[in-house]
Design a protein around this ligand. Structure first.
Ligand SMILES: NC(=O)C1=CN([C@@H]2O[C@H](COP(=O)(O)OP(=O)(O)OC[C@H]3O[C@@H](n4cnc5c(N)ncnc54)[C@H](O)[C@@H]3O)[C@@H](O)[C@H]2O)C=CC1
Ligand SMILES: O=C(O)C(=O)[C@H](O)COP(=O)(O)O
Length: 375
């Protein structure tokens, strides 16, 4: 069999070599000719999988996307061709949760604000929104959930209306798929009108899809009445609105989900699904592939202060490094994609084990709400 795969997918060879020949390609520029004789196609979010890409291929047996979002997939077309499809729901949700938590700590530090008194409005309470809520709950930070679809489905959590969210949230963080139709379409959910209705000085974080925020409206707002903004995703990726970048507090190139664990789990979930489709047993283990837990000696108080918590979070993942690099490269041709391709995968908190200088175990990470072995 021939497997055509996105070159930015870790552990593909370890997991898929038994199935046949692996051809790694640039996902953004994959062509119909390149996939014409593929038996299996494995992509990430930058490959549009549709009739234009697949029309020349009559032997495709499986398409997988190692991502949470599937807006790049023409599901109707795959169904019409009877081609099995799998994505990786939730694979990098912890990574997004930790990114947002780190971003909040950075903003609090920059503006000398306390997170304790803030109310964080989470738009979309699925896997990534819930991961954010978990981090915040562990620190006693008040959250509001807005998710009319889950509310309608009888999810037992408490939900608020969009009006309440706008009226009460000091921070709004976005965790919805990009959708263009229906009562709850998310395209430009945050537009000029909504930006005016947010509480003055409300912080805004977008780590879902760029088009959920009207970037031009945001630019105009920031020019006249600046407020704290974190953008991991941009309208028009890989070419973000150049004028917008200097006006936001933290700017990164769609890497909120780029923990090693999150990316690896995405690949692994496709491996499991392909094994099912091919009726073969999935005998490989993700744990065996991931590098060992790492250890570090840090001196920490039993209950870290906000400053100490920030130091700890920066030790695991220093968001400022990605922000600094992104500001340098975002206008260079291919800068956005090259930064993503060469991104040094950060580990999640679950991969961290800490001991105090005296050798005693540190349990403060459990306060963060992150699962994992703390030593
Ligand atoms: N920046 C990054 O690296 C990443 C971005 N993403 C993006 O984040 C999105 C969300 O991911 P998950 O939370 O895992 O998806 P999910 O499917 O678990 O949750 C999404 C939630 O949004 C809700 N929703 C849909 N329309 C809504 C609306 N108009 N208002 C409020 N809620 C609405 C749904 O009911 C659902 O509960 C993905 O679709 C993807 O586009 C996901 C992973 C990484
Ligand atoms: O999982 C998703 O959904 C994402 O947005 C991905 O983490 C984005 O990464 P790439 O698929 O573009 O590498």
């Amino acid at each position: 069999m021939k497997l055509v795969v996105d070159e930015n997918m870790p552990y593909v060879r370890e997991l898929f070599s038994d199935f046949g020949e692996i051809v790694s390609l640039n996902g953004r520029h994959m062509t119909a000719e390149q996939v014409a004789d593929a038996d299996v196609l494995l992509v990430r979010s930058v490959t549009k999988v549709n009739q234009a890409l697949l029309a020349q291929n009559s032997k495709l047996k499986f398409v997988g996307s190692a991502t949470i979002g599937t807006d790049h997939i023409d599901h109707d077309y795959l169904t019409s061709r009877d081609i099995p499809f799998a994505s990786a729901p939730g694979c990098n949700a912890t990574s997004v949760g930790e990114y947002v938590f780190n971003a909040l700590l950075e903003l609090a530090d920059k503006y000398q604000a306390s997170l304790a008194g803030k109310t964080v409005g989470i738009v979309g309470a699925g896997n990534t929104g819930s991961a954010v809520a978990k981090c915040l709950a562990a620190w006693g930070i008040n959250t509001l959930l807005y998710d009319p679809l889950l509310a309608q489905q009888g999810d037992p959590r408490e939900f608020v209306s969009f009006d309440t969210l706008l009226a009460e949230a000091d921070v709004i963080t976005l965790h919805v798929p990009i959708t263009h139709e229906g009562a709850f379409a998310t395209h430009h959910l945050i537009d000029a009108t909504v930006l005016e209705r947010m509480k003055p000085g409300c912080w805004l974080i977008n780590a879902c899809r760029g088009e959920v925020v009207d970037n031009l409206a945001l630019l105009n707002k920031l020019k006249t009445a600046p407020f704290p903004v974190v953008l991991d995703v941009w309208e028009g990726e890989p070419k973000p609105l150049a004028e917008l970048v200097p006006l936001v507090d933290i700017a990164t190139p769609h890497i909120a989900g780029y923990s090693l664990e999150g990316k690896a789990l995405g690949t692994f979930m496709l491996y499991q699904r392909l094994c099912e489709v091919m009726n073969t047993s999935a005998d490989k283990s993700l744990t065996a592939l991931l590098p060992a837990t790492w250890y570090q000696t840090l001196t920490l108080n039993q209950l870290p202060s906000a400053a100490e918590l920030l130091r700890l979070c920066r030790f695991v993942y220093d968001l400022r490094d990605d922000d600094r690099q992104f500001r340098k490269i975002h206008q260079i041709p291919d800068g956005f994609d090259n930064m993503r391709k060469n991104h040094r995968h950060r580990r999640e908190f679950s991969a961290l084990a800490l001991v105090n200088a005296d050798g005693s175990e540190v349990d403060c990470l459990s306060k963060l709400g992150f699962s994992g072995v703390i030593r």
